[in-house]
Design a protein around this ligand. Structure first.
Ligand code: BGC
Length: 766
């Protein structure tokens, strides 16, 4: 450190003397506080002594390329040249470096061996926990519990920071309406209003109040933009959407993240209306940096700068580098396009150095805010890492989050909660005895086999006898599962059916755990069939023939089309992939020690042919009212339009009623909507009360329903609470066909209830 930082400190001290007129400092001025001004000055002084190559180095990010604690890579390796780049100060950031030991070793090179000693920023996909894996983000969103979601991100940040990480590539705030797309597991579902609230909760959870605290890390809103709308749900595919969808559906969670002061953005692999997002100036410069005033930096997605050549948008890597930097992509993740091409582009005058300066300022600012210049090793204390990673308190919170994420979809004849004594329970399905699948995808620091299985969870309840049979396999045994692998799916093996059927016959209740393996959703896991994979559906039907008392526990990372189960199986519990405490959470819900309160944040279709399916759709000119099956209406001839389970839906072991909706005009532009919510059942429970509006007609067609408020309420049996929601211009306005936010006078309907099908209604005029 000494030599390089010494040099930097000298420059820092003389910062007042360094002319700043060649650098855009306008973004610092607007903070108007002295800390930011000091950072601005430090950046100025540092920039003024950096060579062009060193500046571009800050814009270059490599993935962990060798065992940092082992020997240096062999000459001629790709890793070797990257290692050389690091030593020359041509790397600003690393990703996928795990643990204090490795981080420290790499930071040491950056800080002690390079000319200026500028610390690296270490990024990592801390998507749902670091080592202590919490439920997949889609599951967490089903809790509608913003405090719990924030806490989950906070714990993940603390744990990752203790392992030397400064920056997470999360939250993913992509709205998606297409369950075929595997990455829906990583988001907060289909709704922009809820998605925005969750984006804020996650950003605040990761970043906390003070980014320089050793418990917080920088967050990254990704993938900008519209990555969740790929044609036919196929990963990385073309996106073609109109202005209204872009502004009203895709942008809001990203905008909310900037308002929550998210420090970084990641752009996206997809083309949006024929321009790759990575090279899209409108998205990154006009909307994000100019209109929303984002002053952090934008990192490309993995190799997405180079992929612009494959898309057919750039003629060469050099051209791709030019397009990306001009469009506002500040850091190049793993394309090596900037580090190889950018200096020449600047020297020959194709790219102005001003653009490079702007990108570097943004990157350095985040490094300063993280406190990396004060102490580049501030995240690197092995004792602290040992004491923090996997802390008991994190497990407790992961359990709490897991219980809150579960959605009860069906419960005929109160089959649930399970009786506590003298029951013979058959537990069937490979996923019931799986300790890896519940971790879901994006488990990079966590380890396979570390989740509590359903079998383990249920066995903690001693009053009943539990007997397990696999029935049908989901993933082939012995495959060393890793998220970079294609998962083998055993489609056909029915050899376990007989044992399972025999067991079911002699049991009082059958608990079947079926669904997707944790690695069947996530990046590059698009599916054209979104039913139960392999032979699980046949197994379910065979078991049903011998015992109808089935509790179906679904574990999956996306909505599934399960119409047969929904019609025949008396109890269905959506348990997603709930992380490390999965089996405990599921057992507590099945036994009623926890009353489920989750609500779906993505619509469940009846058939994949209905996809994309979402609640906030618009009226056609020929709506199929009440499924009357008339010709020349907007409908299918072989399936109803309605989903299997609507957005916002979820049951409880108690029941709730909504009554007495009143609309009060607080002012001409503000309305108070009140309703009485009663727990009409016999046990305490929580309900997510939801408010939807419908703008009856406007200058552009508005959705039939739009979520504009919700409250999570806990009530004792017979308890009544009056809830009040406020609607202002912010909720009643919308972006028009030009992308302009407008508030138009007119009539509105309002609906309040326990799902997007809420029937209690009122109206008002703006
Ligand atoms: C994903 C990003 C991720 C990055 C780094 C990409 O493939 O799309 O979401 O952050 O890899 O792991």
């Amino acid at each position: 450190m000494k030599k390089a930082l010494f040099i930097f400190l000298i420059f820092n001290c003389i910062s007042c003397k360094v002319p700043t007129n060649n650098i855009d400092t306008s973004q610092d001025d607007k903070f108007g506080n002295s800390a930011q001004l000091n950072i601005g000055k430090s950046i100025d002084s540092l920039l003024s002594v950096m060579t062009l190559e060193e500046k571009i180095g800050q814009m270059n990010q490599y993935s962990g390329f060798w065992d940092a604690t082992g020997p240096t890579p062999k000459a001629g390796d790709v890793a070797a040249s990257k290692y050389e780049d690091l030593k020359k100060g041509l790397v600003g950031s690393m990703l996928n470096v795990k643990g204090v030991k490795q981080v420290k070793a790499l930071q040491k090179i950056a800080v002690e061996e390079t000319r200026l000693g500028i610390p690296l920023i270490f990024g990592f996909d801390v998507i749902h926990g670091f080592k202590t894996i919490s439920p997949v983000p889609l599951a967490e969103s089903a809790s509608w519990d913003l405090e719990a979601i924030k806490k989950s991100a906070q714990n993940a940040a603390e744990e990752a920071a203790a392992s030397g990480i400064n920056w997470t590539f999360a939250p993913m705030v992509d709205i998606s309406r297409d369950a075929r797309w595997g990455r829906v597991m990583e988001g907060a579902g289909e709704d922009p209003y809820l998605g925005s609230k969750i984006a804020i909760a996650r950003v605040k959870g990761f970043q906390g109040e003070d980014l320089s605290s050793p418990k917080t890390i920088a967050a990254c809103a990704k993938h900008f933009a519209a990555y969740g709308f790929p044609d036919a749900g196929r990963e990385y595919n073309t996106v073609d959407i109109g202005t209204s969808t872009l502004y009203n559906i895709v942008f809001p969670p990203f905008k909310a993240a900037t308002e929550a002061d998210v420090k970084t953005f990641m752009n996206a692999f997809n083309i949006l209306n024929d321009i790759p997002a990575t090279g899209d100036r409108f998205l990154q410069r006009d909307v994000l940096k100019k209109s929303w005033g984002f002053n952090g930096f934008v990192v490309s997605d993995w190799g997405s700068i180079g992929e612009m050549v494959t898309h057919g948008y750039a003629g060469s890597d050099k051209h791709a580098a030019e397009l990306a930097v001009k469009a506002g992509s500040d850091m190049d993740m793993e394309s090596s396009a900037y580090v190889i091409e950018l200096a020449n582009l600047v020297k020959e005058g194709t790219v102005k150095e001003q653009l490079v300066n702007d990108a570097v300022r943004r990157i350095l600012r985040v490094k300063f805010e993280l406190g990396l210049f004060d102490d580049p090793y501030r995240y690197c204390n092995e004792q602290h890492e040992k004491n923090t990673v996997g802390k008991k308190a994190f497990h407790q919170d992961a359990l709490d989050m897991a219980k809150k994420s579960i959605v009860l979809l069906k419960n005929e004849n109160n089959l649930l909660p399970l009786k506590r004594e003298n029951q013979k329970i058959a537990l069937i399905g490979a996923l019931a005895n799986d300790k890896t699948s519940p971790l879901g995808n994006w488990v990079l620091a966590g380890e396979n086999g570390f989740a509590i299985s359903v079998l383990e969870g249920l066995k903690q309840y001693k009053g009943n006898t539990i007997t397990y049979a696999e029935g049908a396999k989901v993933a082939l045994p012995n495959s060393k599962l890793h998220f970079t692998q294609e998962l083998d799916v055993n489609e056909t093996d029915t050899s376990g059916f007989l044992e399972a059927i025999t067991l079911a016959k002699k049991s009082d209740v059958v608990v079947m755990v079926l669904g997707e393996h944790g690695l069947q959703s996530g990046e590059a896991r698009s599916r054209t069939h979104i039913d139960l994979p392999g032979v699980q559906q046949s197994l379910l039907e065979e078991i049903y023939k011998v015992n109808k008392n089935i509790v179906l526990v679904l574990t999956n990372g996306r909505p599934l089309a399960i119409p047969w189960a929904s019609e025949h199986i008396p109890a269905i519990v959506e348990a997603w992939q709930l992380g490390i405490q999965s089996g405990n959470a599921i057992a507590q819900v099945l036994y009623g020690d926890y009353n489920p309160s989750g609500k779906l944040t993505m619509t469940f279709p009846k058939s994949v042919g209905q996809v994309p399916i979402y609640y906030n759709n618009k009226s056609t000119g020929r709506p199929d009212i009440e499924n009357r099956k008339e010709v020349f209406k907007s409908r299918y001839i072989d399936e109803a339009n309605e989903p299997l389970y609507p957005f916002g839906f979820g049951l409880s072991y108690t029941a709730f009623s909504y009554k007495n909706l009143k609309v009060k005009t607080a002012s001409n532009r503000e309305f108070k909507i009140s309703v009485n919510l009663t727990n009409t059942g016999t046990v305490k429970g929580k309900e997510v009360a939801q408010l939807y509006i419908h703008d009856k007609y406007a200058s552009v067609v508005r959705p039939l329903r739009e979520l504009k408020g919700f409250e999570l309420v806990e009530l004792e049996p017979n308890e009544i609470k009056t809830l009040e929601f406020t609607l202002t211009e912010k909720e009643l306005g919308f972006y028009n066909h030009l992308g302009k936010f407008v508030v138009e006078p007119g009539e509105f309907n309002v609906f309040v209830g326990g799902s997007s099908n809420a029937s209690l209604t009122g109206n008002f005029s703006l």
